[in-house]
Write a protein that binds this ligand. Structure first.
Ligand SMILES: NC(=O)c1ccc[n+]([C@@H]2O[C@H](COP(=O)([O-])OP(=O)(O)OC[C@H]3O[C@@H](n4cnc5c(N)ncnc54)[C@H](O)[C@@H]3O)[C@@H](O)[C@H]2O)c1
Length: 410
């Protein structure tokens, strides 16, 4: 039976069915995608596992090996891999250079803690392989600028792991607000994130600003990326308030006290006048995020809610209200459940699908290094504003970083 690339990825549903009674010759719909690419995962912790599983689910690539410094992470990943993908081998590299330069491998997925990204990228770019670098690209603007320079003109794909834009609610919001212009010209945007505290990590790196960049860089760069995207402009100035009200107030790890914030209100005004804000609370018993966009012809609101309750109701919502000018729409955007439950409500799946499309020369809208940079510019400005109590003007912030860089290189 001849076979072209299929339109449908049978991994979505064949996992639920018994297809073992069919000979390989009789498998057409159920035939597994041939792996065309091999990726290595550098940093096999929480998100490393999500990248491994999603790569295998998407099907055009396979995971060839991992590199990690922590024995528990390595053993845990090997166990997970052999249980889920028994027909595949997993290489356990002994050095970063080995993992980066294995000629059998086409791409590198970097998912180590934020403060290690620069050091790993310096080695990874020597390989010329395609790179998917987790967000935030760095913990500070000096490192971020160096990564930007390393990625400039890079021969392979260099993508940043800002995949929230592919969650169904944001995907549909982009379609309505930007592509269809359903609410007219965008004037104000507000994002809310209410969630449980930061989870435990290997060596608890996310409890310390020097390792993570601070809460507004580490986690909230996702939302600043979305604000940048919807505002369709560059941030002009940022004013933020926030602090540590509940979480990790007594947390100490290896004699260091946690210094991260757990709530904030961040106002960002864009060069085109779009007025935005972001509200964070990390001591809520749920994962909830919401976006409200007001334009001169309507209002869009979308949310995603995982509250762990035994209540049967949709956990996504999108409404586009247009008054008398156009039809109003209310919907529950989602993906097939296998994708929706594969990590970050499907965002990670599409990040991978488009990473491979990028490799194959198909134009996509994945996050560029430039976009990764601007997402942390806002996060760093907001952290700075909370510390000083002052408005942070983005051109002044960037000027000081460029001057510092000049002084160091002279
Ligand atoms: N895009 C997203 O939605 C998303 C979600 C979670 C985490 N992340 C990002 O992914 C990265 C990792 O986060 P995580 O939650 O998986 O953390 P984690 O602590 O669970 O895992 C990190 C892993 O990296 C390993 N590691 C540390 N330093 C290393 C080094 N120098 N070389 C090789 N391995 C090293 C650790 O041993 C650990 O196994 C962070 O940058 C984080 O911000 C992104």
């Amino acid at each position: 039976m001849s076979r072209k690339r299929k339109e449908i990825n049978s991994n979505f549903f064949s996992g639920f069915l018994n297809v073992d009674y069919l000979s390989e010759e009789d498998k057409y719909i159920y035939k597994k995608e041939q792996h065309k690419y091999k990726f290595n995962v550098i940093g096999a912790g929480m998100i490393g596992h999500e990248h491994i599983k999603v790569t295998m689910l998407e099907g055009r690539a396979t995971i060839h090996g991992i590199y990690d410094l922590d024995k528990k992470s390595i053993d845990n990943t090997k166990r997970m891999f052999s249980k889920n993908f028994p027909e595949h081998e997993l290489v356990d590299y002994q050095t970063l250079a080995d993992a980066c330069h294995d000629p059998k491998v086409d791409g590198l997925i970097i998912c180590t803690p934020n403060y290690t990204h620069l050091e790993i990228v310096r080695e990874a770019v020597k390989s010329g392989k395609h790179i998917l670098l987790e967000k935030p690209m760095a913990t500070n603007l000096k490192d971020a600028l160096e990564i930007k320079e390393l990625a400039d003109g890079y021969e392979g794909i260099f993508q940043i792991g800002l995949q929230y834009r592919y969650k169904a609610i944001y995907n549909e919001s982009i379609h309505e607000a930007i592509e269809r212009k359903s609410i007219g010209d965008i004037k104000t945007i507000s994002i809310v994130e209410h969630r449980v505290p930061f989870l435990d990590k290997v060596n608890q790196w996310n409890k310390f600003s020097k390792y993570s960049g601070g809460t507004l860089v580490e986690k909230c760069c996702h939302y600043f990326d979305l604000l940048n995207l919807f505002a369709q402009s560059k941030p002009s100035f940022v004013y933020a308030t926030g602090g540590s009200a509940v979480n990790f107030k007594d947390f100490e790890y290896k004699d260091q006290k946690s210094d991260i914030i757990d709530h904030a209100n961040v106002n960002i005004v864009y060069e085109n006048g779009v007025n935005t804000n972001f509200n964070l609370c990390m001591f809520s018993p749920m994962f909830y995020e919401e976006i409200t966009i007001c334009g001169d012809e309507g209002r869009l609101r979308a949310y995603e809610n995982d509250d762990f309750l035994p209540v049967n109701r949709p956990n996504t919502h999108l409404e586009v209200l247009s008054g008398e000018s156009k039809p109003t729409r209310i919907s529950t955007p989602c993906y097939p459940s296998v994708i929706q439950s594969s990590g970050h409500n499907g965002g990670t799946y599409y990040e991978h699908k488009y990473f491979i499309d990028n490799i194959e020369g198909i134009t996509t809208t994945t996050a560029t290094v430039e976009e990764g940079f601007w997402s942390i510019v806002v996060g760093i400005a907001a952290e700075e504003s909370i510390k000083t109590g002052k408005v942070v003007y983005i051109n002044e912030l960037l000027k000081s970083i460029y001057e510092e860089k000049e002084t160091v290189s002279n």
